[in-house]
Design a binder for this molecule. Structure first.
Ligand SMILES: Cc1ncc(COP(=O)(O)O)c(C=O)c1O
Length: 445
């Protein structure tokens, strides 16, 4: 397990005594990043828009942040990384960029376990936008097994055909915790035979990696994903930056999502013709979240240090390439740590007779979150009671609205606890025993 004792002191929220157990929504920011923000303000200036030392230094820090991000997920280079505000915006950007490529009769396949971020954009495209242009595209939904929380790959396969332009799937569910088999989904998308504009014969695969990238070791090229979206506020950074990985070839041919300043080739704007900047800046219109980008890349470096050498820093603020074996080791440590935590949570919650746990029973098959309902108590009430006991949880549908309806939950809600690298077994026990207290049989009468 990760030596949490050596890293908890860096988190002001934990030092303040909070049982931070709503990490699937957002994680806590370590003191190193808060101090870094203070330092960056001394050099505060815009990027690509000035010749001052401050502007040049900020530009260098900003641009090299893309290298760190690319190295972390095994992307070939910074050209594959586009930064947006969050996962939601990253997925919407793919929807808008590909919009003009859809043909009448095409379809998109997604699943009942998606976060609304990876369903509603496709709903909007197929039900609201494309029909206005006389183009009818179907949005199909693959089922999952209600008992095991596993995606029904046979059903998914049956929905994919030679008119499936895109398969969109969550890498790990933020409600069920299920880790989806990305390589198997890739194989299904590969077999469709859909003829893409660049001559490739396969469906594109978009993975919503919001619960994957912060928790698991990911190599985008091994997985063969075409698009991967995630947010940095779920991996120690402050709010405001999300990423899209895409294959360079696709980014070269795709239309920009946002048009405006800095995404054009220098001087190449005339009334007749506009030429776009090189990658990744073609997709960076307007002043970006410069400080947030730098902090996000440094959050990755801190995550590596916290996992590999707790309390010692070799990657944070160092001008050092992220070595793949180190990334593998760091993320495998995190995965194992989370497996222990969630194993303990499943054990304690599983002993409460009135509690129903959603998702896979085996800790190895899930990320570090657990959503549950109680036969006789409203999830919102449980979350309120937990809060009174000093435990932070989240009640609601967690934006996995389709899945909550799929279970016919009324209201469509569950209560969720979720843990991250700084949580220890004591946090898990405290949170789960508090649940036990809140849902005792006498409360259910
Ligand atoms: C699986 C999944 N997808 C997408 C999102 C949306 O992330 P953001 O709010 O950063 O856009 C979340 C956040 O909870 C998530 O867990």
């Amino acid at each position: 397990m990760i030596e949490t004792k050596k890293i908890r002191r860096f988190f002001p929220a934990i030092k303040a005594g909070r049982v931070v157990s709503n990490n699937a929504a957002s994680t806590q920011v370590p003191i190193q990043l808060l101090k870094l923000l203070e330092q960056l303000v001394i050099q505060y200036d815009n990027i690509h828009r000035g010749q001052s030392r401050s502007s040049l230094l900020t530009t260098e820090r900003f641009e090299s942040s893309y290298d760190t991000i690319a190295q972390f997920i095994g992307a070939p280079s910074r050209k594959n990384i586009i930064l947006y505000r969050n996962t939601t915006e990253a997925i919407n950007s793919v929807m808008y960029s590909l919009m003009t490529e859809f043909k009448d009769g095409d379809n998109i396949v997604t699943t009942f376990m998606e976060h609304n971020s990876n369903y509603v954009p496709w709903y909007g495209l197929t039900k609201e936008i494309l029909p206005k242009f006389g183009i009818n595209v179907e949005c199909r939904l693959a089922k999952f097994n209600k008992e095991t929380g596993q995606l029904d790959l046979n059903h998914l396969k049956s929905l994919v055909d030679k008119r499936t332009k895109l398969v969109c799937c969550v890498g790990a569910s933020n409600f069920l915790g299920t880790k989806n088999p990305i390589k198997e989904i890739r194989a299904i998308a590969d077999a469709s035979g859909y003829l893409q504009p660049n001559g490739e014969k396969k469906s594109y695969l978009l993975i919503d990696g919001a619960q994957v990238v912060p928790n698991l070791f990911i190599r985008v090229e091994d997985l063969g994903v075409d698009f991967l979206a995630w947010s940095f506020h779920k991996m120690l950074a402050p709010f405001g930056v999300g990423a899209l990985y895409a294959r360079e070839e696709l980014l070269n041919s795709m239309r920009p999502f946002l048009y405006g300043g800095d995404m054009i080739a220098e001087g190449k704007v005339s009334p007749e013709k506009v030429e776009y900047n090189s990658l990744p800046w073609k997709f960076t219109a307007g002043t970006p979240n410069i400080l947030g980008t730098i902090l996000s890349a440094q959050a990755i470096r801190l995550l590596m240090d916290f996992s590999l050498t707790p309390g010692k820093f070799s990657y944070f603020m160092a001008d050092k390439k992220l070595e793949p074996p180190d990334v593998a080791k760091a993320m495998t440590n995190i995965e194992n740590h989370e497996k222990e935590l969630i194993g303990e949570a499943l054990k304690i919650l599983g002993e409460i007779p009135t509690v129903n746990i959603f998702g896979p029973k085996n800790p190895a098959d899930r990320t570090s979150l657990v959503a549950f309902s109680c036969n006789c108590q409203d999830p919102f009430k449980i979350a309120e009671e937990l809060n009174k006991l000093g435990v932070e949880s989240r009640a609601g549908c967690h934006c996995a609205t389709l899945a909550h309806h799929y279970y016919e939950l009324n209201p469509p809600a569950s209560c969720r606890l979720s843990f991250y690298i700084y949580n220890n077994l004591e946090d898990v026990r405290r949170a789960c025993l508090a649940v036990k207290k809140c849902v005792q049989e006498e409360n259910c009468k």
